[in-house]
Design a protein around this ligand. Structure first.
Ligand code: 13P
Length: 262
């Protein structure tokens, strides 16, 4: 398998710039002590916009192999859009990733498929890799429609995105009922939808593209449950919320391979 696993921490509305630099420093120390090989398992954090500059400065100064990204991106590149942050501005801060379409943005900020699609396009235009978040709520899960619902979100988000661009995208399957609830999807639940996402990517593009794209699981991931989730064939990493705020716990998640071997 050529897909490098990605362990990304979504800090949401937590950690100001002082706390953020402290957290990155501590994470870097812990992973250095553990002799973590970043080429084997990639590590990224998604701080708030106001912490990105400080995180960039620290990572650049110490040449830390940790990547960072934003939790959102404007669909617009410039102009009269008060409060927005453009892809160009994020790229200027060395941002690798932008989370797009997180369920909290869909729920609290009314982001619909057209908006998510526009943001995916904006990220690609700025040379930023989208981490496209999709996943069903509890009502849909209870009806057993999680696959069709999530694939419809995928189709909407990828409208008019050509194959030559899409292959770097990261997809995060985050069932809403598992976010921040402590209720983690079973490895089989995660694989059911992640596998279906890969099949759909092959239909939309090609087998080659589908095989290259990393698909993450997100929702109540912790050091105690990650190894079983990562053992699934179509799960190429995780997007971690609450547990990523604690560097000890997040570094234990990053080192999930050592859990299996003891
Ligand atoms: P939790 O890990 O806190 O459930 O959050 C998941 C998430 O929303 C990551 O984007």
């Amino acid at each position: 398998m050529t897909r490098t696993p990605l362990i990304a921490g979504n800090w949401k509305l937590n950690l100001d710039h002082l706390e953020a630099t402290h957290a990155v420093q501590k994470l870097a120390w812990l992973l250095r002590d553990a002799k973590h090989d970043y080429s084997e398992v990639e590590v990224a954090v998604l701080p708030t916009f106001t912490s990105l500059r400080s995180v960039q400065t620290l990572i650049d100064a110490d040449q830390l192999p940790i990547r960072y990204g934003s939790q959102d991106i404007s669909a617009h590149s410039s102009g009269a859009y008060t409060g927005e942050i453009s892809g160009g501005m994020l790229a200027a801060l060395g941002v690798t990733y932008s989370a797009i379409g997180h369920s909290e943005r869909r729920q609290y900020h009314g982001e619909d498929e057209a908006m998510v699609n526009a943001k995916v396009k904006a990220a690609f235009s700025a040379g930023i890799v989208p981490i496209l978040c999709i996943g069903e709520g509890l009502d849909i899960r209870k009806e057993g429609r999680q696959v069709e619902y999530t694939l419809a979100q995928l189709d909407g988000a990828l409208a008019e995105i050509p194959a030559e661009k899409v292959s770097t995208i990261v997809i995060a399957y985050e069932p809403v009922w598992a976010i921040g609830t402590g209720e983690v999807a079973t490895p089989a639940d995660a694989e059911e939808v992640c596998g279906a996402i890969r099949v759909r990517l092959a239909q939309l593009y090609s087998d080659e593209v589908a095989k290259a794209i990393r698909i993450l699981y997100g929702g109540s991931v912790k050091s105690g449950n990650i190894a079983a989730i990562m053992a699934e064939e179509d799960v190429d990493g995780v997007l971690v919320g609450g547990a990523s705020l604690d560097p000890e716990e997040f570094s234990a998640i990053v080192r999930y391979r050592s859990h299996v071997t003891g």
